[in-house]
Design a protein around this ligand. Structure first.
Ligand code: MN
Length: 205
């Protein structure tokens, strides 16, 4: 059973950066539906006991092409939003610290430079998709972007995402309309670097 991440904050607590109605719809409808559908499809395909990261990394275990594609889309929707909703907070750590900060500084010069590059990836994703900060097993950081509900696992990259920016219009359109850049700026105001750091340390030990 794949479970939607529990929020550590209320839908209204991310105001004014993310509005309450967007949170209600995004978490309560979109993410909930991806999760429900994934569970149904995974059950049908007999793969419901496989951890989601492993499943998305090798979908060849699902023989039926239509079922495989639906699991990629809904499994991505499930996983991607679990990461996204877990790294934003009404009381975020405003900057990275510790080993992650050192790695960011040595890779991108500064957290501001990293944010500029992530923003460029978020704005450069044509149509719906995601921007990512990833880490490989050696602790190296990289930025990537994905269309739809794809992610570094389903794309076969040997990295794990530790920071996700959702750039589907459903993530921002009610408040920001066509202004994706304003939404990305607002996202950084509620990005909790403490959670990103935890994700980094989970991979690098
Ligand atoms: Mn979304």
């Amino acid at each position: 059973m794949y479970e939607q991440v529990k929020l550590s904050y209320g839908f209204e607590e991310l105001e004014p950066y993310i509005d309450t109605l967007t949170m209600q719809t995004h978490y309560g409808k979109h993410h909930a539906t991806y999760t429900k559908t994934l569970n149904e499809l995974a059950e049908k395909a007999g793969v419901a006991d496989i951890p989601i990261e492993d499943l998305l990394s090798d979908l060849s275990i699902v023989k039926d092409p239509a079922l495989r594609n639906a699991i990629k889309n809904n499994g991505g929707g499930f996983y991607n939003h679990n990461l996204y909703f877990s790294i934003i907070s009404p009381n975020p750590a405003a900057a990275p610290s510790g080993i992650l900060k050192e790695k960011i500084d040595s890779t991108f010069d500064s957290a501001d430079e990293l944010k500029a590059k992530l923003k460029a990836a978020a704005l450069g994703q044509f149509g719906s998709g995601w921007a990512w900060l990833n880490v490989d097993k050696a602790g190296n950081l990289s930025i990537s972007q994905s269309p739809n509900q794809d992610n570094p696992f389903s794309e076969g990259l040997a990295v794990k995402p530790i920071l996700a920016i959702d750039v589907w219009e459903h993530a921002y359109y009610l408040k920001y309309k066509n202004l994706r850049a304003d939404y990305v700026d607002a996202f950084f105001k509620i990005l909790d670097w403490k959670e990103v750091e935890k994700n980094y340390e989970l991979v690098t030990g």
